[in-house]
Every structure is written in C-alpha cells, then in structure tokens.
Design a protein around this ligand. Sequence first.
Ligand code: SF4
Length: 302
Amino acid sequence: MGIKLNNENELVVNWHITEACNYKCYYCFAKWGKQKKEILNNDKLIKKLLDEIETLPSILNRLYLTRFDKIRLNLVGGEVFLNTSKVTKIIHYAKQRKFSLSAITNGSRLNEELNKLIADNFDSIGFSVDSLNEQTNTEVGRIEKNKSMNIGKVLDDIGSIRDLSSSIDIKINTVVSSLNKSENLSSFIDRVKPNKWKVFKVLPVKTSQYNVSESDFLKFLDRHKDFAHIISSEDNDEMTDSYLMIDPVGRFFQNSSFGEEYNYSRPIIEIGIDEALKEIEFNAQKFHKRYENKQIKLVEVM
Ligand code: SF4
C-alpha cells in the first residue's frame, strides 16, 4: 500500500470519441445524433481537435486562476475500444502532444492486443460494472447476441493489464438505478481492489423509468462502506455543468439543469475552443470545487 498525491495541475477533458456501442444500456446518455460525422474517422480533424484541446489549460488558468499545466484526455464513448485502429491513432496523436490518457470501457472487446495498448499508454482505465447478476445486466442492456456482460472476462482483462503495467490505476464506475439498488458488489470490488470506485446515481437524461431515490442511493453506499476510502460518489446536482465534455463531432456539451436535453457549443474546430467554451453553461464554481478538492486530497492507493 502506498500514498499518492493527486496530480493537482492536470486538467481532465472527456472526449466521447464515438456513439457506437455493442451494448444498449437503458440509461446510456451517449446519444448525440448519428447523422453527423464523427471526428475519429478523419485524421486531420483528430489532430485539429487535439491541437485546440492543448490550449485549454492556459485559457482556463486565465479565466479561473487555476494552474493547469497538463492535460489528461479521458476517452469515453460509446465503447472506446470497438475499433482498434481508430483508437490507436487517437492514442498516437494524443501522445505526440504529451497528453496523459485514460478511458472508460465496458470491457467486452478487450483482448491481448488492446490490453497491451492500454497498459503501454494509459495512466488509468475504468471499467463500467453495474451488477454481477446476469439478469440485472440483461435488464440494464449490457447484453450482446443474447449473452450478458461477462464479469469473469472483466476480471481476467484487469489481471492482464496489471501484469503488463504495475503503475496503471484501475477504476470501476457503477451507475445505481432501481435495477441494482439492492445489490452487493463487494466480492467483485474486493477481488479487483480498484484505485477508485465511482458510484453514480442514474441521471434522468433519457428516461426517468429506473430512477433511484436519494435514500436508496445512500443505502447502496452504506452497504459498501468497507470501500468508503476508494468510493467517490456523485449525485445529479454535482454532475451537472461541472465536467468538460466533448461529443463525437467535436462540440462541448453539458447536461442541462432544466430538462433532459444537452446544451451544445458550435464545433470546436470551426470556432476555436475559447469561443466554444463561452457557448456552454459552464459552472465555474462547481468546476473549482471539483479541482480544489483534488488539490488538497491525499489518496490512498492499494
Ligand atoms: S456500455 Fe456505456 S456506451 Fe455502451 S450502451 Fe452502456 S452506457 Fe452506453
């Protein structure tokens, strides 16, 4: 066990590189309208977008008196690892710009080649796991060709990635809804021993059908209190307007406080990232809170 100081100068930018996914989770908010072309299909556009992202720390430092000097590009989807050659290119261009890398995956497509790519290039990798139960995963929509998510495979892939990289952080993301609110994930978390377990209350972006009450959400957290030292939980309010998120066509987007739709900027590569930033409802206070917390927090790493 060691103690690691969180990187206080690192700005995290979440790029949803694609809408495509092999699962169909009912709560999935990765829906931006497939009619437009995704940037990951065009090398020139990928480079242009990453060049714009590279200027973000100095823009935010000027606007909010932060002291960012590094970028961590967090690749999210859809499923990031559906197309190996496309994600490999993005990784290559991000590394050329000295970005740190992380990603969130459902784990279903990982194989030897991708595990090595992750171990060689990523500072952290997050797996989204809501349930250990086949029936629940089927109901959530974590199912492909009649086969629900394979938890054993997730455990094997995490083991392989750790064998290849001793320094990589493993994270687990769990969305709590009415479908899994009574479940106990302790056996899985105990085996994985992730560096961080992010537990989210389901956001009513697409449907409020499986909403969970605040008290059931707290009960879920309480049931897993043995892992309190690695859990970071966020409710709906904390999640609204406080992430820097870019969609597959290169627009900033934010969850709207008022409804179930997104607020969008115009495309970053058309108007520049500083102008695009002005076009979203960006909550500087929450943003500050998120990063201030990081700056004073010591995190225990198992
Ligand atoms: S695995 Fe993630 S991207 Fe895919 S459908 Fe589920 S929530 Fe959406």
